[in-house]
Design a protein around this ligand. Sequence first.
Ligand code: ADP
Ligand code: TRP
Length: 327
Amino acid sequence: MTKKVLVSGIQASGRLHFGNYFGAMKQNVALTESGEYESFVFIADYHALTTLKDRDSLSKATSEIVASYMACGLDTKKVALFKQSDVPQHTELATIFNNVVTVPYLMRAHAFKDHEAKNKEVNVGLFDYPVLMAADILMYQADIVPVGSDQKQHVEYARDIAGFYNRAWGVDYFKLPKEYILKDVATVPGIDGQKMSKSKGNVIPLFEDEEELKKAVMGIVTDSSTPDDKKNPDENIIYNIHKLFLDDSQNSELRNKFENGGYSYKEAKDDLLKTIIDWRKGKKDIYDGLINNPEKIKEILKEGGEKAKKKATETMHDVRLQTGLDF
Ligand code: ADP
Ligand code: TRP
């Protein structure tokens, strides 16, 4: 039986956080483990260049993604874990897609509109971001793309672009991919209650040192309720982060603590910190071991890049044939 295909990327632009983990990484690990998918998980380093112009930060972010994924249980035997720029076919395919995509269509992208609204300069890489992302996804004929809800529009773009290409060349070639977004973790809140995001400085990091982790957890914004006050868990940032780690019975126990009163924010933060430290047990050592072993990381990426390139070469062979570039 041919397996379904999973494709998911993370931009190499900063340290990873629990929004990345619950929004995408956890699903990527679990679906890869299920054995039902051929998995392509990659570091979007070309995409990172749209905002990052710093050699050291880019390589640091790249290593961190590999080490974090390995620590979270991604098994390199079952996945192609690679760097986008090691498979230059992605940019080649994006160049072809650029000819079936119009400027007004790209002007509807949220990321572009946000930049415009803030009067920030938009470079061509950022403007074309959705096209490169469509190439990332369609290259492998993805069935599903596990992401957080902020990426929904980008997967819609990929679906549209598959259709534009198929119609332009009169083929039924690119498969229409679907986003895979889990409702409960579609948007993980940051310590200020807004979407947790590298760019907002409101993250709880996955594998930073305990001091940093503690600082983030203790920095979660709270209101002026007293310890005795009953608190609505659904409106509470500490609860909304903590629940992501819990099973049903642990979750109802935690809800009760908030609802009954007598549960101070200090205690709530201490409990969350303890949960995160427990979650990191075993994982943090794997992370630290790898982050201090860049040669091993390079080896993992090289092997993953070769697997991905095999499929990418096949796709580009077909595309060259369909478009006439094969002459
Ligand atoms: P960031 O927003 O911090 O820059 P990325 O854009 O690199 O993160 O996101 C990588 C993956 O993690 C994407 O699939 C994205 O949807 C997911 N993700 C990021 N932040 C969150 C969040 N707060 N909640 C849910 N998913 C998220
Ligand atoms: N845009 C995604 C993000 O910011 C990263 C990404 C690039 C991606 N290419 C992708 C995600 C392909 C899924 C599939 O998180």
